[in-house]
Design a protein around this ligand. Structure first.
Ligand code: SPV
Ligand code: MN
Length: 620
């Protein structure tokens, strides 16, 4: 470590920082360690090194770069992502992927010993949430990947100054992330994928991530930090959710209403956060706190690590335009054509027949070792970009140290035959148990495995839970009930299909569902009851379709979309019950009782009104 880098560490007067860096400097044994402050000079050094070391390459637009992860390192490795848990805590971690602490710690220490030999490492300081705020969680990243370090500078708020200002009693309280890409091949991708491990220790707030590069596996501040935060939030009485934050705007009424939303992947999360004419605060992770009785949320991040597939001029104009500009963007796992420009699936332009992508040298029709044809880019290829490039960013909310006041929560699943496009919950608890806990996504031909299978995805947060599902569900209920002005909860489903298997409305209909929810927050529209909540009336939707989309919405489509499907709903609740029973048998009985009572209510409705209950026919 140079005297300059050492000076930066010393200035923090924080023994725990010294201990963390010192320990891994010795254990992982890099050739050198560069310590970053928040200065533009240090950030530029990281950008330059990512290029100099070949982890990124400059594109046609010189501020844009491209990075490739290994062919077998294109998504989160769920199997090898585990909690390492002290013997006495093992029982408390029902349903989680875990290994006993001694065993897991020994294994990861073995794997990481000397792993950075011959490489230069970098140390960075960040903050989850705004710095110097009630939401702040300071973090340190130690990595030998300059692509990871560069990504984090785009995605998170720098916090060396925050660390400098930490009070003595706060100095031990931060998250630590140690990462190594491990040995690299001549293409610069991780070789030892069989030794890829992501071991999380919520007892000491440290995550070890070895032999990988894909950001969901490597970037400490993203999903590793999220798991530590979910645990910390559970202990401290707040929430960390896998949600976007956005503002719905009613310009006529000069109203700005904040919504958060959880959608399993491929269920419309980013497109809802990016609905044209509204504003975005964040697209992936939110912290919720009760501040003086108010339900307040911050976007944990500063940038977005977005799926690039299907981003094109028509469907995603704001993001697409930004990806075409000469500004700092890292493209990962897309194709670089001979024109040195990036190409991806669903881009809406003709792509070249050859180039370099996540497979290596690629040409159209080439097959991988398993005999599968390799596409232009990977389906999970991404772009890494600052959020404040977007012209629809809500600057005010994005920068607010105390976050924004949330008035509505959306839980959006994906099914072709059960859930109506939008429905309001009776109350918060009902919303958590009937809308959030029952979230499912239906597999499509684009996903692996059989089509039409419903994958349970409570709160769209299951992959990141770091304590059992039952307690987490209860904590969600408690949190909302304790605030004074509890947000309304709504469900969404954009994927209902008609008898011919076609979607009934256009992609933009989500704007109408959102504005109906917005209006309900101010008690503006009437509703019909169903056994599971409140649905819109036809005349209100007809007007909203006209106003926002200039589209005619037929009564026939309305009746089809908003019919309550009794048996389908009973089946959905039975699947939820079974999933909770299996994942966390200790889930409190009153939660199961609530589902049973709802099932009974639906069965009675079915008796009285029939299996398919058209809107307006149901009465309590
Ligand atoms: C997700 O999968 O929810 C993501 C991408 O946001 S990853 O970083 O891989 O988690
Ligand atoms: Mn996510």
């Amino acid at each position: 470590m140079s005297a300059t880098s050492f000076g930066k560490i010393k200035a923090l007067k924080n023994p725990k920082v010294v201990e963390f860096i010192g320990f891994f400097a010795e254990h992982c044994n890099p050739d050198s360690i560069f310590v970053c402050t928040d200065s533009e000079e240090d950030i530029q050094y990281v950008r330059d090194q990512a290029l100099a070391k070949g982890e990124e390459e400059a594109l046609f637009h010189p501020k844009q770069t491209i990075h490739w992860d290994g062919y077998g390192d294109q998504a989160r490795d769920k199997e090898n992502t585990k909690y390492i848990v002290y013997k006495e805590n093992l029982e408390k971690m029902t349903g989680l992927n875990m290994v006993e602490y001694e065993e897991g710690h020994c294994e990861i220490m073995e794997i990481s010993k000397g792993i950075m030999r011959g490489k230069d490492a970098v140390v960075q300081f960040f903050c989850e949430g705004p710095t110097e705020s009630i939401f702040s969680i300071p973090c340190i990243q130690f990595t030998d990947s300059w692509y990871v370090a560069h990504s984090e500078f785009i995605l998170y708020r720098t916090a060396y100054n925050h660390f400098l200002k930490m009070k003595k009693e706060e100095k031990g309280d931060f998250f630590r992330f140690i990462h190594s890409a491990g040995e690299l091949d001549e293409r610069g991708t991780s070789v030892n994928i069989a030794q890829r491990r992501i071991y999380m220790d919520t007892q000491n707030n440290i995550v070890y991530s070895m032999n990988n590069q894909y950001a969901g596996n490597s970037v400490g501040l993203k999903k590793h930090s999220m798991r530590l935060a979910i645990n910390k939030a559970g202990q401290e009485g707040w929430l960390c959710e896998h949600m976007f934050i956005m503002a719905a705007l009613d310009k006529e009424k000069a109203r700005k209403t904040y919504f958060c939303g959880a959608y399993p992947s491929a269920c419309g999360k980013t497109s809802t956060a990016m609905i044209p004419g509204e504003q975005i605060v964040g697209d992936d992770i939110a912290y919720f706190r009760n501040i003086n009785g108010e339900f307040r949320a911050v976007n944990v991040e500063f940038g977005m690590f977005g799926i690039i597939k299907d981003v094109n001029a028509k469907d995603d104009p704001l993001i697409f335009e930004n990806l075409m500009r000469d500004q700092e963007i890292i493209f990962s796992n897309v194709l670089r054509g001979s024109d040195n420009k990036p190409y991806w699936l669903g881009m809406g332009v003709d792509s070249p027949a050859k180039g370099r992508n996540h497979f290596g040298d690629w040409k159209k029709g080439v097959k991988d070792q398993k005999g599968n044809e390799v596409g232009v880019a990977h389906g999970n290829a991404r772009y890494t970009m600052r959020l404040d490039y977007l012209e629809n960013i809500d600057k005010e909310g994005f920068e607010a140290k105390n976050g924004v006041k949330v008035q509505g929560i959306l839980y959006g699943g994906r099914d072709s035959d059960t859930t109506v496009p939008v429905e309001e919950s009776f109350n918060w608890r009902d919303g958590i148990l009937i809308k959030a806990a029952t979230l499912e996504s239906e597999t499509t031909s684009a996903t692996i495995g059989a089509e039409g299978v419903r994958l349970p995805s409570p709160m769209a947060n299951l992959d990141f839970l770091s304590y059992p599902l039952g307690v987490y569900t209860e904590n969600n209920i408690k949190f909302g009930e304790k605030v004074d002005d509890t947000p309304k909860i709504f469900s969404n489903n954009y994927f209902m299909r008609n008898a011919e298997g076609k979607f009934v409305t256009s992609k933009l209909a989500k704007k109408v569902w959102l504005h109906w929810a917005e209006g309900r927050i101010y008690d503006e529209f009437g509703y019909y009851l169903t056994p599971t909540g409140r649905i819109p009336k036809y005349e209100d939707l007809k007007e909203l379709f006209k106003k926002y989309l200039d589209e005619e919405f037929s009564e026939e489509d309305y009746n089809y979309l908003f019919t309550f499907r009794s048996t389908k709903w009973i089946e959905k609740l039975e699947r939820t019950k079974a999933f909770y029973k299996k994942t966390d048998p200790n889930t409190p009985q009153d939660i199961f009782d609530y589902w049973d009572a709802t099932i009974t209510k639906i069965k009675e409705a079915r008796e009285k009104f029939g299996d398919l209950i058209p809107p307006g026919h149901y009465q309590e």
